[in-house]
Write a new protein. Structure first.
Length: 366
């Protein structure tokens, strides 16, 4: 009986497999990156980056573009310029111009990508300051990678080792659709013959409404996730303008929420950040192993991070956005809270930010 059942299952699986349309890799043009600009009359200009395999030259790539009002038609029009069908199965990064993210938003793009079963959910989205076209055609010095792989590595490295919070298509889609949290994406700018991740784009529902500078992303990342790397740099307001750099920062964040049954009262939310790091630079003549100096540095970091966190919260309230996901966290404590009620009490919520800093090493230049 088991033998007949096994044979039946094998035949059934073969039948299901035969229903799918086969696709040979040699007959596909697989994109490694895509980007979209907003042009006149509401049209979009899309760009697809494809690897070109040459034995004598590594990192070769080709960029094809087309214009249309829909992403699916852009992909079709680009396929007309290619000897093979264009697919996005290996896309690593998807770029959107700031103009498109601000005026049109991300919903249409996300819906198209989310419905395509070929596309995975781990690729990274990013907002480009300026035109995506200018960024993609930037010549990268001393790099044998194609521009799609280069951008993917750039974003991944900044999330893993730097001050950028972790995000990808799956995380971004959840933030866009959830009630009680707003989305954010890395913000990239082109410099002279190079590019850099210079901040964070902030969204209200489907559209971009603001951004954080690179100096603010450290504190924001510490408020939304635990991480093992990072750098915090500042200068004391003393006569010598002492320069301080703390690296390899390990961060842990916790939220203390006190819900209230009376909506006329303010809810209380306390954000507690704990940091550990190494003092890498301290440009001052005094000996750094002096406990009083170490304590002074720790207190200064605590004060600056806490104040910047409070400033960010006030800024988010003014923009009517909640990238910290306070609404979701509050509803986890108070099941009766609805998204509509949260929108009413959020502007008046008492939100405090506290920070504890511990220096664990002092291998510094001084």
């Amino acid at each position: 009986m088991k033998r007949y059942l096994l044979i039946a299952l094998m035949l059934f699986s073969l039948f299901l497999t035969s229903c799918a349309q086969p696709r040979l890799l040699d007959e596909l043009n697989i994109s490694q990156a895509a980007g979209f600009d907003l042009v006149e009359d509401g049209e979009m200009k899309g760009f697809f980056v494809f690897p070109v395999f040459k034995n004598e030259q590594q990192g070769s790539y080709q960029i094809l573009s087309a214009r249309s009002n829909t992403i699916s038609n852009i992909q079709f029009l680009i396929s007309e310029k290619s000897p093979f069908q264009v697919v996005m199965g290996q896309v690593l990064v998807i770029l959107v111009s700031e103009k498109l993210a601000t005026e049109i938003g991300m919903i249409d793009l996300m819906n198209y990508i989310y419905r395509d079963p070929i596309i995975g959910s781990r690729q990274v989205f990013a907002v480009v300051g300026g035109e995506v076209e200018d960024l993609l055609f930037t010549k990268i010095n001393q790099s044998n990678l194609n521009i799609g792989v280069y951008l993917s590595d750039l974003l991944t490295q900044n999330m893993r080792e730097g001050n950028q919070p972790v995000t990808n298509q799956h995380i971004f889609m959840n933030q866009m659709l959830a009630k009680g949290v707003d989305a954010y994406l890395p913000y990239i700018e082109k410099t002279s013959h190079a590019m850099k991740v210079s901040g964070l784009a902030l969204f209200n529902h489907k559209k971009m409404v603001g951004r954080l500078s690179g100096e603010e992303t450290f504190t924001f990342k510490a408020m939304v996730e635990n991480h093992k790397n990072g750098i915090f740099e500042f200068r004391f307001d003393d006569e010598g303008r002492t320069h301080v750099v703390i690296e390899n920062i390990k961060s842990h964040v916790s939220y203390q929420i006190k819900p209230t049954d009376d909506l006329t009262n303010k809810p209380h939310i306390s954000i507690e950040i704990k940091l550990k790091g190494e003092l890498k630079e301290f440009m001052k003549s005094k000996k750094i192993d002096n406990p009083s100096i170490l304590q002074h540095v720790e207190k200064e970091v605590e004060k600056r991070v806490a104040q910047q966190g409070i400033d960010l919260v006030h800024s988010f309230k003014k923009q009517k956005i909640d990238p910290l996901g306070l609404g979701l966290k509050y509803r986890a404590e108070d099941k009766s809270m609805t998204p509509e009620k949260w929108q009413k009490i959020y502007p008046d919520a008492d939100i405090q930010v506290k920070c504890q800093m511990k220096l664990v090493q002092t291998g510094v230049s001084q």
